[in-house]
Design a protein around this ligand. Structure first.
Ligand SMILES: Cc1cc2nc3c(=O)[nH]c(=O)nc-3n(C[C@H](O)[C@H](O)[C@H](O)COP(=O)(O)OP(=O)(O)OC[C@H]3O[C@@H](n4cnc5c(N)ncnc54)[C@H](O)[C@@H]3O)c2cc1C
Length: 379
């Protein structure tokens, strides 16, 4: 018979929330300890490909996600002026791709687990083994004991630092801007994610549910580069003024307060992720550039697989070894592929960019296949 296990989850982002739900559905007692005082996600969108909607289906959330999101049919890459380079149909699987607001996804996950399983305002500090148990200490002085601990505490994971040493993530020379608006530009093609590639910068937009447009921009920048004095919106308007007309339209239609900036980092994939009854998940284990749109999707996969391993294998040490064995090769591939895609975006002389665009047109089938093979995976 399945032994009841108490699992400590550190971090309540998309990865931690999905893990809590997957474990709850598998019959475990899992409690999430989150440093934030409130459960909030940033105001931005996310693309969930078929490999991730497969997990939502297994968690019983797919219909709800479709009802608050927007079905995505194509992922289209264009030159900065809007000439199509590659057009990838993403609606050919047995499961849909969905564009969704991050907060909507987060709420779907949270709402299906009882609120006493989330302890807010607790910042994890360190752990120690106590026989077969794990003891987690928080900066507040709180100490909790469990049978296993999962670090889902993101890019700068403290659990990872205690487990593997405190190596900083690698800055990949890009700054991003993300915006939300109700304005739908005339150049929007329903169901499409439209991405535009230029010299050392790029722009993309897609529809989320409830009539909201989500857009994102990326440009080569030094780490922690400050906003221009004239403000984020004006800076972007100047950067993209002569691009495909929908882009300056979207920027102008967005309130400055609804534009977020984030520097882009990843880590070279390394093992181990697990030590005895402690493991890592999501960005804590395998942070990646967002160029393949797979960071949150793979965190959902991790959540499902770790719960399955714990269910199949009563010993958490063996379960975490199996989880890492299953997840490391897949996520390594995606981290590396995302970095290679990022390098293509780094080209910033017009000759190299023209060559890249020609290359993309010639290579549309292999490019399309590489996206599709990631989305075809079923955890
Ligand atoms: C510009 C951009 C666009 C993206 N677009 C996509 C996309 O379209 N599709 C996609 O799949 N992915 C996308 N991603 C990636 C995705 O956002 C991440 O991979 C995903 O959010 C990782 O989830 P996580 O739960 O592992 O980490 P996080 O979301 O970072 O959550 C970590 C949680 O842990 C908490 N925490 C941290 N430290 C502690 C501590 N010491 N104690 C307690 N709690 C702690 C944090 O407060 C946070 O709530 C994008 C990322 C960026 C930057």
């Amino acid at each position: 018979m399945q032994q009841a296990k108490n699992i400590i989850i550190v971090g309540g982002g998309i990865g931690g929330a999905a893990t809590a739900l997957a474990l709850y559905k598998a019959g475990f007692e899992a409690v999430v300890y989150e440093q934030a005082q409130e459960l909030l996600e940033v105001g931005a969108g996310i693309a969930l490909w078929a490999n991730a909607t497969h997990i939502l289906k297994n968690l019983g959330l797919l219909e709800d996600a479709i009802s608050v999101g927007c079905l995505t049919t194509n992922y289209q890459f264009n030159s900065q002026s809007g000439k199509e380079l590659v057009n990838i149909p993403v609606d050919g699987f047995e499961l849909p791709a969905v564009g969704i607001h991050r907060a909507e996804l987060h709420q779907l996950l949270w709402r299906n687990v009882s609120s006493e399983k989330f302890v807010l305002g607790q910042t994890f500090e360190r752990f120690e083994q106590e026989g077969k148990k794990i003891c987690a200490h928080f900066t507040s002085g709180l100490t909790v004991i469990g049978d296993a601990l999962i670090g889902a505490d993101g890019l700068r994971s403290r659990v990872r630092a205690v487990l593997k040493g405190n190596q900083p993530p690698i800055y990949r020379n890009f700054k991003t801007w993300r915006g939300l608006t109700d304005y739908v530009p005339s150049g929007y093609r329903p169901g499409y994610i439209q991405e535009f590639l230029g010299c050392g910068k790029g722009f993309g937009f897609m529809m989320l549910g409830k009539g909201r447009m989500y857009w994102y921009a990326a440009a080569i920048a030094t780490e922690a580069q400050k906003d221009a004095q004239l403000g984020r919106g004006k800076e972007l308007e100047i950067m993209f003024q002569d691009w495909f007309a929908s882009i300056p339209e979207l920027i102008r239609a967005t309130d400055e307060a609804d534009i977020l900036t984030t520097d882009l980092y990843d880590r070279a994939p390394t093992q181990p992720w697990s030590k005895q009854n402690i493991t890592l998940l999501g960005d804590a284990a395998h942070p990646m550039l967002p160029t393949m749109g797979q960071g949150a999707c793979t965190a959902l996969e991790d959540a499902f697989v770790v719960a399955k391993c714990l269910k199949d294998q009563p010993d958490p040490i063996a379960a975490f070894q199996e989880y890492e064995f299953l997840r490391f090769p897949r996520t390594k591939l995606i981290v590396e592929q995302s970095l290679r895609s990022g390098k293509m975006g780094e080209l910033n002389n017009p000759f190299a960019v023209a060559l890249r665009n020609t290359f993309m047109k010639l290579m549309r089938t292999p490019i399309s296949n590489s996206f599709m093979s990631l989305q075809a995976y079923r955890a």
